[in-house]
Design a protein around this ligand. Structure first.
Ligand SMILES: NC(=O)c1ccc[n+]([C@@H]2O[C@H](COP(=O)([O-])OP(=O)(O)OC[C@H]3O[C@@H](n4cnc5c(N)ncnc54)[C@H](O)[C@@H]3O)[C@@H](O)[C@H]2O)c1
Length: 446
């Protein structure tokens, strides 16, 4: 067999003495640093945020579900370096990209971070390197956006360096499936890129790899997974509204339906979508589909239904206050329980709790919140008016004289029995009170 310019990288992977750089040390990048490090590689963590770098150098975790001890071990290992110096990327054999892919204010893909990262890598690209994009994005990003930027300096993908896409399928806070227990889907710009990327991911993941034809297919796999979730969540949200009118408990229906051993998979209703993925990713496909003059009606409809959920919750709360306490929302004191977008995480991005707080305050309600994982609200461009609000201590929350509690996130550590006992009314959007037996007449599912 002819020698390949990538044989040295293959050999370094076999010996585990390759250097892996991870760009973007957030919810996705940091677990990937740990997985690469645990496999025996030298790891360089690169981020533009100097605060994250300082915390890593000091051996501290800044993500709740990533243990302090794991980061302390990483920092003390002698095989990890955190840096804001882009020149370090030139030392890496493999470069993994985990930067944000949000939407612009016009709800179009915001490719600034991916583009900026490609330009950074291009300045330090050298023959023999493997570059893998992990950020969720529309089909064509790796080939049509990344590749021209990386090749601008004269090196050619497939012969000088390798380029692949492997979507991150991380589910933060999921104790059953961590990074290395989820198979990696891999598509490359050419077979050599795909095969070397598979070799690398096989070496860090116990769950193995799934090779697909090309990068676009791998990009489409990730979008398909998230669109599937978005559409199914919209479906149960719609069913919730219908069954509610009929006096049927959607939660009981789902519990019974999921006993069918085939052909059904449970999804749960809620106060609206949240997080960095499900509310955003489907619109990456919608945007790209326009270029092909194809309408993505399922995606749009699911978006419409899910976006309407916070307003539904506010209407339900207002109606309940009206019926049970003969009062309106104006001047009512509401305790929101949970600000994070899902249970047991410290992530507030796109959380429906922010929308709910704004809607309630627009109606004149006075809103406090309690969330053990969100001590202070730090928002970005959206809901900036809520930035700086602080979580009420649990004892103060229970004794605060609120007219109603509104459960938005079903964190496991909360004593829902105590909440129901302490407040005159609890409106529950997550069925978090399912095990509460006393005072059930004070609970309304919304
Ligand atoms: N969070 C999730 O649950 C999840 C799951 C699967 C996939 N994803 C996808 O993974 C990607 C990253 O998401 P995340 O949740 O980890 O985001 P994050 O905001 O937690 O982390 C991104 C990091 O990238 C850094 N960064 C931004 N621009 C940079 C640049 N040019 N150079 C270096 N660093 C830069 C930021 O400072 C930040 O630390 C997104 O595409 C997201 O859709 C996220």
């Amino acid at each position: 067999m002819d020698a390949s310019p990538f044989d040295p990288l293959r050999e370094r992977l076999d010996r585990r003495d390759a250097a892996v750089a991870v760009i973007g040390l957030g919810y996705v990048g940091l677990p990937l640093v740990l997985a690469s490090h645990a496999a025996g590689y030298r790891v360089i963590g690169f981020d533009l945020d100097p605060e994250k770098i300082a915390r890593l150098e000091a051996g501290q975790s800044y993500i709740r579900h990533i243990a302090q001890s794991s980061i302390a071990e990483l920092a003390a290992s002698g095989r990890f370096r955190a840096t804001t110096d882009e020149a370090a990327l030139g030392e890496a054999d493999i470069v993994l990209i985990c930067v944000p892919t949000p939407l612009t204010v016009n709800r179009e893909p915001d490719m600034r971070y991916v583009e900026g990262t490609a330009e950074t890598i291009a300045r330090h690209l050298r023959p023999g390197q493997l570059v893998v994009l992990e950020s969720t994005t529309y089909p064509g990003t790796t080939d049509d956006l990344m590749k021209p930027i990386l090749e601008a300096g004269g090196l050619v993908s497939g012969s000088d360096f390798l380029l692949a896409f492997s979507p991150e399928r991380e589910d933060p806070g999921n104790i059953d499936y961590s990074t290395t227990q989820i198979p990696k889907v891999v598509g490359g710009d050419g077979d050599a890129a795909r095969d070397l990327a598979c070799l690398f991911y096989d070496s860090i993941s116990a769950a193995g790899t799934v090779a697909v034809t090309d990068a676009r297919t791998a990009e489409a796999v990730k979008l398909t997974e998230n669109i599937f979730r978005s559409v199914n969540i919209a479906l149960v949200n719609e069913l919730k509204l219908v069954y509610d009118k009929m006096g049927i408990d959607i939660w009981e229906v789902i519990e019974a339906a999921k006993t069918k051993p085939f052909g059904y998979m449970p999804f749960y209703p809620g106060p609206g979508l949240g997080g960095h993925c499900i509310p955003i990713d489907p619109f990456y496909l919608t945007w790209k589909a326009r270029e092909y003059e194809v309408a993505t009606r399922f995606i749009e409809l699911a978006g419409e239904i899910n976006t309407a959920m916070p307003a539904h919750v506010v209407a339900r709360l207002a109606e309940t206050l009206d019926r049970r306490q003969s009062r309106g929302l104006n001047g009512a004191r509401i305790l929101m329980v949970g600000m994070a977008y899902k249970k047991d995480v410290d992530d507030i991005r796109e959380s429906p709790a922010l929308k709910l707080m704004s809607l309630l305050e627009e109606r004149g309600a006075r809103v406090d919140y309690h969330d053990p994982y969100i001590p202070v609200i730090r928002t970005g461009r959206e809901h900036a008016e809520l930035s700086g609000r602080e979580s009420l201590a649990w004892d103060k929350a229970l004794a605060g004289g609120h007219d109603a509690a509104l459960i938005v996130t079903d964190h496991t550590g909360i004593d829902y029995g105590a909440l129901v006992a302490a407040l005159p009314l609890t409106v529950d959007t997550r069925n978090a009170t399912r095990s509460v037996t006393r005072g059930r007449e004070k609970i309304v599912l919304a």
